[in-house]
Design a protein around this ligand. Sequence first.
Ligand code: ATP
Ligand code: DNN
Ligand code: MG
Length: 238
Amino acid sequence: MPVMVITGTGTEVGKTVVTAAVAAAALAAGRSVAVLKAAQTGVRPDEPGDAEEVARLAGAVTTAEPARYPEPLAPATAARRAGRAPVRPHEVAERAAELAAGHDLVLVEGAGGLLVRFDAAGGTLADAAALLAAPVLVVAPAGLGTLNATELTVRELRGRGLEAAGVVIGSWPGEPDLAARCNLLDLPDVTGVPLLGAVPAGAGALDPATFRASARDWLAPRLEGRWDAGAFRTREAP
Ligand SMILES: Nc1ncnc2c1ncn2[C@@H]1O[C@H](COP(=O)(O)OP(=O)(O)OP(=O)(O)O)[C@@H](O)[C@H]1O
Ligand SMILES: C[C@H](N)[C@H](N)CCCCCC(=O)O
Ligand SMILES: [Mg+2]
């Protein structure tokens, strides 16, 4: 299935902006794209969620958002406090599989980091990725502190038998400091997976036409190979 899961080292690291960049690059390559925000929290009913933000920046993508809880919390906590049913990993996987039947690429954005809980049983985005046997892209901050958090995330993916597709820096500063510059070498070294791109800081505030025209430049060609005709393959789900 042409599904890629997008996680990050935590919240506010730029998963949505990276998802939009990947979507824009795939659209520019002539692919049809769907974006599934697995569980949206911290957004009121009348506000655009992350999937809509991707559509605003990237263009004509199908959007899906199985559940929204207004409080800015982990989905399991927000669902519990709202007295509402949580999102289950199998529901996320099933929705992604449905979208995969009609699109060249389905991007599934999590909420916060990989192990943020969706439900009281401890279900996470990692469980949905496992059900889909989908590769997982890890969005990471640029600067000091990212080596530990990114390595932990990639180790957890590996421990679960999941494919870590690579790392993308969610917000590359205009004036990178020493740590950020060193991380370009150290991130691939400590994680064992390639650095597949870096989205410039402020990209989310670009006008959509400029964002779309620039997105491919922020991503490595190796990532684009993921949705080149015939090249996108995920393993068979168990
Ligand atoms: N490259 C960027 N350009 C502009 N703004 C950015 C960039 N990266 C992150 N931001 C800003 O930082 C904040 C967090 O980014 P984003 O919404 O992509 O995080 P996230 O990892 O998707 O978080 P969540 O867990 O809530 O989904 C947003 O307010 C966004 O506008
Ligand atoms: C509200 C926020 N923007 C995200 N949607 C949810 C982030 C949950 C993070 C939970 C945690 O790791 O402590
Ligand atoms: Mg987001």
